[in-house]
Design a protein around this ligand. Structure first.
Ligand code: TYD
Ligand code: MG
Length: 454
C-alpha cells in the first residue's frame, strides 16, 4: 500500500494533506513542504507480524533518589534549571536571533567545564575561529571546553559517542541535518529528526544535551512545536533589543518548577548575573509620575518588583489605540471594561498605552490592580502616593481578589525601601513587613478613595 504523502508548515508545524503556497493555519507563504518519513527501516506494515519484547511492569511505590544535579556555578542558570543540570536530560533554549543564546551557552559550557564536567560545544552557525574569538572576548579560553564546528548529525553523534561528555551543546538545532531525511536543514522534518536523535542519544548515553533553537517572529521555536514535547526542559531567552536585560524563563521543566526566571545583563564582557532583579527593574525610575505604578510580583519562586507605566490620551482616530508591551492585550481590554462598567470611568475616545519598564513580561493576574491603577492615575493625571507598591487580582464584577505569597511581596518591597502597599482585603498575611497597608474590597471603593471618582 502506497502511503499518501503528508505536508507540514515550516513556520507553525500544521499538517496539511496537500501542498499549497500559503499555510491557512498561520498565513505564512511558501512554508509548506512534504514530510519525508524519518526511518527507512521496518514500517508499520511489518509491525503486526513481528512480536514485541515483553516489557516488565513496576509499582508506583518505591524509593527513587532525586536526580543528581550538576550546578554550573552560574546561579541564575542553575535556578532556572531547578537547581542544576540533570544528567541524561535534554534541554531546549529558544530565543530570537541575536538575543544572546550562543553567548549564554558558551559561558555555561565554560562554567560547567570549570566545575569539573566535560563539556562539548558544537556550533553549526559559526566557524571554530569565530567561537574562539568570542571565548577570548568573554575571557573563557582557560576553560577546558571541547569545540567543533559541524552540522552533520551522524558525524556529531559518532563524535559524542566516542567523547562521552557530561554535557553537549548543539548550537543550533535548525542548522543540523540528518542524512536520514532528504529535506533542507531548518525544515520541519530535519529539525524533528535531529531533535529526536539528539534527545534519544541523551537518554541512551547519559549525556545532558542542550539544544539551541531560534524563535520565529510570533514567538515559537522555528519549525515544529514537537521539539518542545521531546525535550525535558524548555527555556526561553528573552529581552528587548534596546535593553541590556535578558531573562531566561523556564516554560517547561520535568525536573523543577516552571515559571522560574533567571535575570542577566548583557555587558561588553558577556552576560552578567543579576541577583537582585527588583533593584535593576526599578533603577531607572523617575520621581512618582502620573501613570507609573510599582507592582510587587512573583516570578517563579522569587519576588520581583517592576514598574507599570500607562499613557492615556484623547485619540485623533475613529478607532482608539490599545497598545501593550510586557502585558497581555486581552487582559488590558478586560480591565478597561471593568473600569468602564463597574467604576464609570470611560476610556472611549482615548488611546491607551501600557508598558512594563525594563523589558520584563508579566503574566501574573496579580498585576491586574497595578494595571488598573496605572490607567486611572494616567487618566486622572494624579500620581500615586510615593513609595507604595500595588498587587491584586480583579474579577469581572470589580471585586479585588487576594493573591498568593502576600508576605513575600511585602518583604521584598520593604527591602527596597517602600513604605506602603495597596492590596485586596482578606490578603493572607501574618506580618505587613512594616508597610502601611491600604486594603480594598473592590475597585469602586479604591477609585472613590484615591481618585475622587467612581
Ligand atoms: P549571540 O549570543 O550571538 O546571540 P544568538 O546566539 O542568540 O543569536 O549574541 C549576539 C549579540 O550579543 C550581539 O548583538 C552582540 C552582543 N554581545 C554583547 O553585547 N557582549 C558580548 O560580550 C557578546 C559576546 C555579545
Ligand atoms: Mg547564536
Amino acid at each position: 500500500m502506497a502511503k499518501t504523502p503528508s505536508f507540514s508548515c515550516n513556520a507553525c508545524g500544521a499538517v496539511h494533506n496537500k501542498w499549497s503556497g500559503r499555510c491557512d493555519a498561520c498565513g505564512a507563504w511558501n512554508s509548506i513542504v512534504e514530510d519525508v518519513p524519518i526511518s527507512t527501516g521496518p514500517t508499520a506494515q511489518s509491525l503486526g507480524a513481528k512480536k514485541g519484547r515483553r516489557i516488565a511492569l513496576s509499582d508506583l511505590a518505591g524509593e527513587e533518589a532525586p536526580p543528581p544535579r550538576k550546578a554550573s556555578g552560574i546561579g541564575e542558570l542553575d535556578r532556572v534549571l531547578g537547581g542544576g543540570l540533570v544528567p541524561a536530560s535534554a534541554i531546549l533554549v529558544g530565543g530570537d536571533p541575536g538575543i544572546g543564546k550562543s553567548t549564554l551557552l558558551l559561558q555555561a559550557a565554560a562554567s560547567f567545564a570549570r566545575a569539573g564536567l566535560s563539556a562539548v560545544y558544537v556550533s553549526g552557525e559559526e566557524a571554530t575561529a569565530q567561537v574562539r574569538m568570542r571565548a577570548q572576548r568573554l575571557e573563557l579560553t582557560d576553560a577546558p571546553v571541547r569545540l567543533a564546528a559541524e552540522t552533520n548529525l551522524r558525524d556529531i553523534l559518532t563524535m559524542l559517542e566516542a567523547e562521552k561528555p557530561d554535557v553537549a551543546i548543539i548550537d543550533s538545532i535548525q542548522t543540523m541535518w540528518s542524512d536520514q531525511v532528504s529535506s533542507a536543514p531548518g525544515s520541519v522534518s530535519q529539525v524533528r529528526a535531529a531533535a529526536h536523535e539528539l534527545t534519544t542519544f541523551a537518554k541512551r548515553h547519559g549525556v545532558a544535551v542542550i539544544l539551541v533553537g531560534h524563535v520565529t517572529k510570533d514567538g515559537q521555536i522555528a519549525g515544529p512545536r514537537v521539539v518542545e514535547h521531546m525535550v525535558d526542559t524548555v527555556l526561553y531567552f528573552e529581552g528587548e533589543r534596546g535593553h541590556q536585560f535578558r531573562i531566561l524563563r523556564a516554560v517547561k521543566n520535568r525536573f523543577g518548577p516552571a515559571d522560574e526566571i533567571g535575570v542577566f545583563e548583557m555587558t561588553g564582557e558577556g552576560l552578567a548575573e543579576v541577583t537582585n532583579p527588583s533593584a535593576l527593574f526599578l533603577s531607572d525610575r523617575e520621581d512618582p509620575a502620573p501613570g507609573s505604578v510599582v507592582f510587587a510580583g512573583i516570578e517563579g519562586t522569587r519576588p520581583v518588583l517592576c514598574e507599570f507605566q500607562a499613557l492615556v490620551a484623547p485619540t485623533p482616530h475613529s478607532q482608539p489605540r490599545r497598545s501593550t508591551v510586557g502585558w497581555d492585550g486581552g487582559r488590558l481590554a478586560m480591565i478597561l471594561a471593568v473600569l468602564e462598567a463597574r467604576c464609570a470611568v470611560p476610556f472611549a475616545g482615548m488611546d491607551v498605552y501600557l508598558n512594563v519598564a525594563g523589558g520584563l513580561r508579566v503574566s501574573e493576574p496579580a498585576a491586574d490592580l497595578a494595571v488598573a491603577m496605572a490607567l486611572l492615575s494616567a487618566r486622572e493625571d494624579i500620581a500615586l502616593p510615593p513609595q507604595s507598591v500595588v498587587f491584586g487580582e480583579i474579577s469581572l464584577s470589580g471585586a479585588l481578589r487576594p493573591v498568593s505569597q502576600t508576605e513575600n511581596r511585602l518583604k521584598e518591597a520593604q527591602k527596597l525601601g517602600f513604605t506602603a502597599a495597596i492590596a485586596p482585603e482578606r490578603s493572607k498575611m501574618t506580618t505587613t513587613a512594616g508597610l502601611a497597608m491600604r486594603q480594598y474590597r473592590d475597585l469602586t471603593g479604591l477609585v472613590g478613595d484615591m481618585f475622587g471618582a467612581g
